[in-house]
Design a protein around this ligand. Structure first.
Ligand SMILES: NC(=O)c1ccc[n+]([C@@H]2O[C@H](COP(=O)([O-])OP(=O)(O)OC[C@H]3O[C@@H](n4cnc5c(N)ncnc54)[C@H](OP(=O)(O)O)[C@@H]3O)[C@@H](O)[C@H]2O)c1
Length: 341
């Protein structure tokens, strides 16, 4: 198979290219080539999708399959479809679970979960607030142009080597340092993500098998208690969680999900009880293979060590802040306040 990856120099699209090369496929990556290198064995064609005619170097070439990871711009997706769609045997568009409208209902499925309204033509394609709606407009463009040849892959949080968001890696990094660590919310809450290697492998399999579907790419949900216990065992640190209820964290200004001062992956419930509890039965049946979480943790910890465990993080709390919060939690109620949890 001759596979075209629109991207291929970073994270997921690079992992797709690497996986396809490893399976013996001929791989062409198309990017500016400024964010990184393509994997060994893949060819790079330099293109600039900011230019209306930026994909012209690829025009006239037939590909057995195309994978597009365009993040925000339906305009770029439509241009790619116009230049490459007619001669592409199969097309994967990497979308996101952020296209869903209901974050509260657990166990939703890709074929029935309510969706946001797609962003209208002319919407600001740099507006992060429109992310899910822009992705949906891009999805619709792909389905409308070549729905009978298209796989829409909707990843949740993508984790592993090459992840620059500092989210998932916070946990193996923190737990590897040992001691008592702040665990957010309840051990009964759930967490869901996808190893970049599993997502990439599924995308290559989908191209090989010409999968036509719209499906989520995440692991089955895991309870935080089990997740942190297995993560701790995998890291081998003997660290101990101190579970601190969400109300206490919110009152003390700890941000959920991501960003400085946050506890990554933690989301308040019930508002976000559906965000990391997708039903992925159909995805597993369609070829998504999820490796053991211990493997994902080991890879993420290796990546964290490469980045530097003591670096200033984009996401997560510092050890000093964690100590303050744990002390405040231990002191709760002793200064006239009410004990929580
Ligand atoms: N990270 C997550 O947790 C997450 C979750 C859900 C969905 N997603 C989706 O997953 C995808 C991630 O893709 P990714 O990991 O490959 O990262 P990415 O940062 O979206 O990759 C962008 C690729 O496109 C290329 N590119 C950027 N601007 C370009 C331009 N003007 N012209 C040509 N090429 C250009 C980049 O290479 P050069 O810069 O070298 O040109 C790079 O190879 C995105 O669609 C994202 O929305 C991510």
């Amino acid at each position: 198979m001759h596979l075209l990856v629109l991207g291929g120099t970073v994270f997921l699209s690079r992992a797709v290219a690497a996986e396809a090369v490893a399976r013996g496929h001929r791989v062409t990556c198309a990017a500016r080539g400024i964010s990184g290198s393509v994997p060994d064995g893949a060819a790079l064609v330099r293109v600039d999708r900011d230019e209306p005619a930026g994909l012209d170097p690829l025009a006239g070439t037939a590909f057995d399959a195309v994978v597009d990871v365009e993040s925000m711009s339906p305009t770029r997706v439509r241009r790619a479809l116009a230049v490459l769609g007619a001669r592409a045997g199969h097309w994967t568009y990497v979308s996101t679970c952020s296209v869903y409208a209901d974050h509260e209902t657990p166990g939703q499925r890709a074929d029935s979960a309510p969706l946001l309204d797609p962003a209208p033509d002319g919407a600001d394609e740099t507006d992060g607030e429109l992310y899910g709606r822009l992705k949906l407009a891009a999805e619709n463009a792909v389905r409308e142009t070549l729905g009978e040849r298209a796989f829409i892959c909707r990843p949740g949080l993508i984790v592993g080597r090459g992840d620059r968001s500092d989210r998932f890696g916070y946990w193996p990094a923190r737990v590897s340092a040992g001691g008592r660590f702040l665990a957010p919310g309840s051990p009964e809450n759930q967490v869901q993500y996808v190893d970049v290697r599993d997502c990439a492998a599924w995308i290559v399999t989908a191209a090989e098998q010409r999968l036509v579907a719209t499906l989520d790419a995440v692991c089955p949900p895991v309870r935080w208690g089990e997740w942190l216990a297995r993560l701790t065992a995998a890291v081998g640190s003997g660290a101990e969680p101190v579970w601190v209820p969400q109300e206490f964290l919110l009152e003390h200004g700890v941000a959920p999900w991501m960003g400085p001062g946050s506890l990554p992956l933690w989301l308040p419930v019930p508002e976000y009880a559906g965000f990391m509890t997708c039903d992925v039965g159909a995805s597993l049946a369609a070829g998504l293979h999820i490796r053991p979480l211990e493997d994902t943790v080991a890879e993420s910890l290796g990546w964290e060590r490469e980045l530097g465990l003591d670096r200033e993080r984009r996401t997560g709390i510092t050890r000093e802040r964690e100590s303050e919060l744990l002390a405040a939690w231990a002191q709760r109620g002793t200064a006239g306040g009410t004990a929580a949890g």
